[in-house]
Design a binder for this molecule. Structure first.
Ligand SMILES: [Zn+2]
Ligand SMILES: [Zn+2]
Length: 238
């Protein structure tokens, strides 16, 4: 992860998508260091081969990548080598992993484009100020530029109000301040309705092995201020 909190390039997006998938390939006590090396190796290879991943093509197909498409994708041969040679995975698992990485990547690219459009909109000055605040991310506990995460995503409010699960006020005020990588990771892994109904607190989010593992990993990466790099509370969660 680069030291800044804003995911600036498509390579950073791809790195996040790769980490999201590779970190959970081997269960809880896998070799995180090795998995991150594999991520870097794959990124280097992608750069070296000058491979451009067109997210809009993936999204044109409804955001999903079939096994056949994944297998024939030039990205697959890079990822396959790394997964089979370095992590000892079976070849058919690498196809599944390729399709998942490409799907998460496309989703994150879409999100990134949305963020940029919002930032360039002069009407969004207040929003921008809110976003720009430096503070401790509630998930990884690094000192980073923070973004607002609605624990009950806005897109679900109407439906949940109809079902009478939360009050309007509750839904509007349940907010968590997260750094961009943590925020993106959560949205890449969990759909909005599941966030709203099941994973609507930091504790329930951290009860998921993938989120927990991510938070533990992210907490060790460099934030804006190295003095705040240690995650105290996270260690006591389990
Ligand atoms: Zn974070
Ligand atoms: Zn969010």
């Amino acid at each position: 992860m680069p030291s800044g909190s804003i995911i600036s390039t498509r390579y950073d997006v791809l790195r996040l998508a790769l980490e999201a998938q590779i970190l959970q390939l081997q269960g809880d006590d896998s070799d995180v260091e090795l998995e991150l090396e594999v991520t870097e190796y794959v990124l280097e290879e992608v750069k070296h081969q000058g491979l451009t991943l067109d997210a809009s093509k993936i999204l044109d197909h409804g955001g999903s990548v079939t096994m056949k498409e994944a297998e024939n994708h030039p990205f697959h041969s890079i990822l396959k080598n790394a997964l089979v040679e370095l992590l000892g995975l079976e070849e058919h698992d690498s196809v599944l992993c390729t399709s998942e990485v490409l799907e998460v990547y496309a989703k994150l690219c879409k999100q990134q484009d949305g963020d940029q459009a919002e930032e360039q909109d002069p009407a969004n000055t207040i929003q921008r100020q809110k976003k720009g605040a430096l503070g401790e991310c509630e998930l990884c506990e690094r000192c980073m530029m923070l973004t607002e995460h609605h624990l009950i995503p806005k897109t679900t409010h109407q439906e949940l109000l109809r079902r009478g699960i939360f009050t309007k006020r509750e839904m509007q005020t349940r907010i968590s301040m997260l750094c961009r990588p943590c925020h993106s990771f959560i949205h890449a892994k969990i759909d909005e309705m599941a966030l709203a109904t099941t994973y609507n607190s930091l504790d329930t989010l951290l009860s998921r092995p993938d989120i927990y593992k991510w938070a533990r990993y992210a907490s060790k990466q460099r934030g804006r201020d190295p003095a705040h790099g240690v995650a105290h509370n996270l260690k006591n969660r389990r």
